[in-house]
Design a protein around this ligand. Structure first.
Ligand code: G6P
Length: 610
């Protein structure tokens, strides 16, 4: 999704902006550009279709130089990917703007500006902002102009603006799209994601809704809130270090992140487990009181996070006895939701900035919920700040667009939530102690599963020429099948569907033949015998089976049936463990097919538009 970088520095900002764009590449984009105010007051701009490398080539041929500038990676919403539609957008030669989000009233504003004599060079909604700002800036300073213009914008935006008449000044503004200020030494920066700036600072101010900020020479930072009042916002230190931005010994970020799972699952558990029970206080001081009143849960998320929510439903109902409803955020937010008394609203999001999930939270706040809990991977994100309680998943920055470690740490956090609610609601202490023990052993088991990497790589060769695949699971492993199918389609572009294995005979069995590989997860649980019968139905139709099975399950390898054995695990935690071979399978299939594993076509890491 779109990314913003801005800088006011004593050195030439081109390198800072370019490095920032490269660090935002993982979010997915189709074009990039930057604008810098030169020492003589001219605005210089460079834009390119495609990767940041294309922009870099142009900059090598014709470098820009100056002490203040803005840059952008674009993911097309209004207007196709092209150089003309790439940001920064200019109004005349004196003002440039970069924008994330969507201006919903752009058509009306465009009509007004055309009537006023402005002409448009792009198909974007952003260009109206450039012209509005140019018009307002003629009446005063740039900061005031931005304040007056944002008051007229409907929709979501994060903005970065420079003007030829204001040396060493960058203005930023946010509403509905994330924006942080990087605090340097006599330098100041702007970005939609702190990762963009880790080369130059680890100190950040997370702007609030409606904030407008002015960065000026000498590292001067002035923030005005939505009412226009100057405010001081806390400076937070970024804790994850900068290691995330490099692939290290791995060929792709996705593979690196798959292999980080033992460590990050351990991090997600750290400080949250007592001897025989989960530490409810680790959810925050208000958690115990809030959880005591919970009668049911509405869980809302998108994409991979939604699949984590589907798994949690099985856990929460079985171990905590709480009824759970799980829904995708884009549907939930437009529904007439009935909220029974004592309902906790839970959002799940690795980024904490997904537009639909955030909108669902805001919608839920008007609906009389008991309270809200965000399970999230980004501490300063909008979702965390706007929820009553937050549980951080501790996965560290995830760069690969296809979510891996963010998912398994979400599941870990959801198991902790299950145990916390179970504890407050009188779960059998021995059952809780058992699960706590099993959680302690989980990182070690995950590590053992990762040693199957080369065996899974060998299985992947069977998928190179396939166009479709079917994933099967039962119970809490049906969502794992859904996640397996999502991974495969996201990065290898093979059409994949997931079904609860018991549904096979109600339709998808018609698709099964030798060209349709069927992948199944078969942990040793109470549904195993039923699953085995379903797999026989596939074999009988000539479908080739790939089964990830518990060590103790008597499933024989035979012609057309490939069985890969996983270590035995507590049945409640099996969904976490069985996710790994499916991640590795998709990864190796994608590598085999030569796709862009970390940045699959058309997708974005953080979807900040509706
Ligand atoms: C995008 C990403 C997915 C992610 C989904 C929800 O589609 O590509 O990997 O699952 O957004 O994101 P969230 O940050 O809310 O978990």
């Amino acid at each position: 999704m779109c990314g913003i970088v801005g800088a006011v520095a004593q050195r030439n900002v081109q390198g800072i902006l370019l490095e920032g764009l490269k660090r935002l590449e993982y979010r997915g984009y189709d074009s990039a550009g930057m604008a810098i105010r030169a020492g003589d007051g001219r605005l210089q701009r460079c834009r390119a279709l495609g990767k940041v490398a294309a922009l870099e080539d142009k900059l090598v041929a014709a470098p820009l130089a100056g002490h203040s500038g803005i840059a952008h990676t674009r993911w097309a919403t209004h207007g196709r990917p092209s150089e003309a539609n790439a940001h920064p957008h200019q109004s005349g030669e004196r003002l440039a703007v970069v924008h994330n989000g969507i201006i919903e009233n752009h058509e009306a504003l465009r009509d007004e500006l055309e009537t006023d004599g402005y002409s448009f060079a792009s198909e974007t909604d952003t260009e109206v902002v450039a012209h509005l700002l140019e018009r307002e800036a003629r009446r005063g300073d740039l900061l005031g102009a931005v304040q007056r213009v944002v008051a007229r914008l409907d929709g979501a935006y994060a903005l970065g603006v420079i003007h030829a008449d204001e040396p060493d000044v960058v203005i930023g503004a946010r509403k509905g799209s994330p924006l942080v200020v990087g605090v340097g030494i006599e330098e100041a920066f702007l970005a939609s994601d702190p990762l963009a700036l880790l080369r130059v600072t680890d100190r950040f101010i997370y702007l609030e809704e409606g904030d407008v900020v002015r960065l000026a020479a000498g590292g001067e930072i002035t923030i005005l809130d939505a009412a226009g009042t100057p405010v001081t916002r806390e400076i937070q230190t970024f804790e994850h270090g900068d290691g995330a931005a490099s692939k290290g010994e791995y060929r792709h970020f996705m593979l690196k992140e798959i292999h980080e799972q033992p460590a990050v699952i351990a991090a997600a558990l750290e400080g949250r487990l007592g001897d025989r029970s989960v530490l409810v206080e680790s959810f925050g001081p208000r958690a115990e009181t809030l959880f005591a009143g919970v009668r049911q849960i509405h869980l809302v998320a998108c994409g991979t996070s939604y699949h984590a929510g589907l798994v949690a439903r099985y856990w929460l109902e079985r171990y905590a006895g709480v009824p759970v409803q799980v829904e995708v955020a884009s549907e939930y937010r437009y529904r007439q939701v009935v909220v029974p008394e004592g309902t906790l609203f839970v959002t799940l999001s690795q980024s904490g900035e997904t537009a639909d999930t955030l909108a669902a939270l805001r919608f839920a706040k008007q609906r009389g919920y008991l309270g809200s809990l965000a399970i999230c991977n980004v501490p300063g994100s909008s979702l965390v700040r706007e929820s009553d309680l937050a549980l951080m998943t501790q996965a560290g920055p995830e760069i690969g667009v296809a979510s891996t470690k963010a998912f398994t740490t979400q599941l870990t956090a959801l198991m902790l939530l299950t145990l916390a609610l179970g504890r407050v609601r009188g779960q059998d202490p021995d059952e809780q102690a058992n699960l706590v023990e099993a959680l302690r052993g989980l990182p070690g088991l995950v590590r053992r599963v990762l040693t199957l990497d080369s065996a899974i790589e060998a299985l992947a060769t069977a998928f190179g020429e396939k166009h479709h695949a079917l994933f099967l699971g039962r119970g809490a492993h049906f969502p794992i099948a859904l996640e397996g199918a999502l991974k495969l389609k996201e990065i290898s572009y093979i059409h994949a569907e997931a079904y609860p294995a018991g549904e096979l005979k109600h339709g998808p069995l018609a698709l099964v033949d030798s060209e349709m590989p069927v992948i199944s997860v078969a942990p040793n649980d109470e549904l195993l015998d039923k699953l085995k019968s379903n797999l026989q139905e596939v074999r009988a139709r000539g479908g080739e089976l790939f089964v990830f099975a518990d060590d103790e399950v008597g499933l024989a390898e035979e012609e057309g049936v490939h069985v890969l054995r996983l270590p035995h695990v507590h049945e409640a935690l099996a969904p976490i463990l069985y996710t790994l071979p499916l991640q590795l399978l998709s990864y190796h299939v994608a590598v085999l097919k030569g796709t862009d594993v970390d940045q699959p076509r058309n997708l974005a890491k953080s979807v900040t538009v509706e």
